[in-house]
Design a protein around this ligand. Structure first.
Ligand code: PLP
Length: 422
């Protein structure tokens, strides 16, 4: 028995499913999880001493690579001064300024401790601000695990085959309206039917939780127009895309201004940070300047702020275009290798994110993503992992590259892919 297997057996008796977040259990690819002892740059090292090239990157946060020296040093230096004050600290002001400078749609920002908290709080704010209840989300869009968003919520829920989770009252989800990603007609119809009570549209500007799905030209602009016309807020959930599609997120890349933006993952540089921000006039409705309540004991935690700040400062100096072209060339080569084996493949790519779907048809929304062959993916996943390549354990996830992935890492990955037998 390996150390990972041993730890997992123990974990199963102590933690539900042996994990603290469901997808980590690797159930959908019929594997057991590997327990990670350390991580550096593009690589993970398991408890058994196996080194893996990582394309999960903690599900997105580690765009600089694992254990980046500047981030590690900032955390250590900050920890020497105490770990939590429950009172304001300088680093909160500095990170707020950095985020506001970076993200075009954010004039004011509130820090929280996870992406879930960011989206949940942004929705409360949108409801409080507009005095309306409804929210439009997209099939396969994931916005964390708050009740209102757990209707058709993408990867984790999709691969677990739980269409709607028990524990969420029908009364809560009845305000959640669903449309298909890239389908403006459906959104328009919802607005025309019940626009008086729709507080917001929440969307991942580039969808990353049904695998990677890009917005069709005009889709995001259409959402901007419809929300303006019907007096609803447009919320961009940039928990994945923020600081990744470019330093200013998808909204900068697409020259779009949402009313509210949710951030997470990269903003904490590997520590628990989320944030939501937007127009000053809307953000002013949050307590204590306004009356929409939202709070957090560890919000703005100094260690988390230090990690986020060091991460964003280092990212501001990186060449995003170069990483995008490396990722484009690499993912295209990977696609070619798999197609060369006679498999149906469709590749979606942007910046440092891609998904290879085992599907012959284009993937533009959740139903077309679900049409991909999960069995082929399982074979691919298992044999890649045996060869030291660590992919996300689901056919409906993104692969992430980082500034730490070397040409040799990518070469070794392609070599491993060419050896997979289907
Ligand atoms: C990961 C994710 C969330 C939730 O963030 P957590 O930190 O896991 O709570 C929300 N929205 C999107 C788009 C995400 O990818």
């Amino acid at each position: 028995m390996t150390i990972s297997q041993d730890l997992f057996q123990k974990a199963l008796t102590l933690i539900p499913g042996g994990v603290n977040s469901p997808v980590r259990a690797c159930k959908s690819v019929q594997c057991e999880p590997l327990f990670i002892a350390s991580a550096s740059g593009s690589k993970l090292t398991t408890e058994d001493g196996t080194e893996l090239i990582d394309y999960v990157m903690s599900w997105g946060p580690m765009l600089l690579g694992h254990n980046h020296p500047e981030v590690a040093a900032a955390i250590a230096a900050t920890a020497a001064n105490g770990t939590s004050f429950g009172a304001p600290c300088r680093l909160e002001v500095e990170l707020a300024q950095t985020v506001i400078d970076a993200v075009p749609g954010i004039e004011m920002v509130r820090m929280v401790s996870s992406g879930t908290e960011a989206t949940m709080s942004a929705l409360r704010l949108a409801r409080g601000y507009t005095g309306r209840n409804g929210v439009i989300k997209f099939h396969g869009g994931y916005h964390g695990h708050a009740d209102a968003f757990l209707a058709s919520a993408g990867s984790g829920v999709a691969t677990q085959s739980i269409p709607e989770t028990p524990g969420v009252p029908q009364d809560v989800v009845k305000h959640t309206l669903l449309a298909h990603y890239n389908d403006l007609h459906m959104v328009r119809a919802l607005f025309e039917e019940q626009g008086d009570d729709i507080a917001a549209v929440i969307v991942e500007p580039v969808a990353g939780n049904m695998g990677l799905v890009l917005p069709k030209p005009g889709f995001l602009e259409g959402l901007r127009d419809l929300t303006r016309k019907f007096g609803a807020l447009l919320i961009f959930d940039e928990v994945i895309t923020g600081f990744r599609i470019g330093y200013g997120g998808a909204q900068q890349a697409f020259k779009m201004e949402p009313d509210l933006t949710c951030l997470g993952k990269i903003i904490g540089g590997g520590l628990p940070v989320g944030a939501y921000g937007g127009k000053r006039e809307i953000m002013a409705h949050i307590a204590p300047s306004g009356n929409v309540y939202q709070a957090g004991t560890l919000s703005g935690n100094p260690l988390a702020m230090a990690a986020g700040l060091a991460t964003l400062n280092a990212l501001a100096r990186q060449n995003y275009d170069a990483l995008a072209s490396r990722t484009e060339a690499f993912s295209r080569e990977l696609e070619n290798i798999l197609r060369g084996k006679g498999l149906p493949v469709t590749r979606n790519h942007i910046a440092s994110i891609f998904t290879i779907f085992f599907s012959a048809t284009p993937v533009t929304d959740f139903p077309s993503a679900q049409a991909a062959d999960a069995k082929l993916f399982t074979t691919f996943y298992q044999q890649m992992r045996e060869q030291g390549i660590y992919l996300a354990p689901s056919a409906f996830e993104c692969a992430f590259t980082s500034f730490a992935h070397s040409a040799e890492d990518l070469e070794r990955t392609l070599d491993a892919a060419s050896k997979v037998r289907f």
